[in-house]
Design a protein around this ligand. Sequence first.
Ligand code: CA2
Length: 148
Amino acid sequence: MANSIYVLNGPNLNRLGTREPEIYGRTTLAEVEAMCRKAAGSIPVEFRQSNREYEIIEWVHEAIDASAGGIVINPAAFTFTSIAILDALKMFPGPIIELHISNIHRREAIYHNSLVSRVATGVVAGFGPSGYRMAVGAMVDMLSLDGK
Ligand code: CA2
């Protein structure tokens, strides 16, 4: 749908709020979804999570075919490994916000080299689950200001 926002989440994020609260907080993914919908206001949100790479690629294609306004993506571990997700995102014509709950740059070296950052319009990292609110809010601003 034109001007909808796709919020895509990668592997293990379905477990949010259950483990490692010192890194990822205590907010569940269902609560994150509610937060995103509230931040988007009247803009429809397609909120998805998958542990499978191909499903995330399919959803990026879906966003392209649906002429979605923007994509907010937390690719989780695929951030650092998936050239396939990178290639799919390259085809998306609108803004892309890469999001991480933790600050990946102060973590171990394996979390430092994001492939997705190469195509991201902007990156939100280190603000905990509230980062989703910030990312969707920034996306709303970008879509609202588009063409003005
Ligand atoms: O900080 C983030 O949002 C990450 O994308 C999360 C990924 C990690 O691979 C990235 O480097 C940074 C890991 C997601 C793991 O999800 C969990 C959920 C609940 C409990 C433990 C892990």
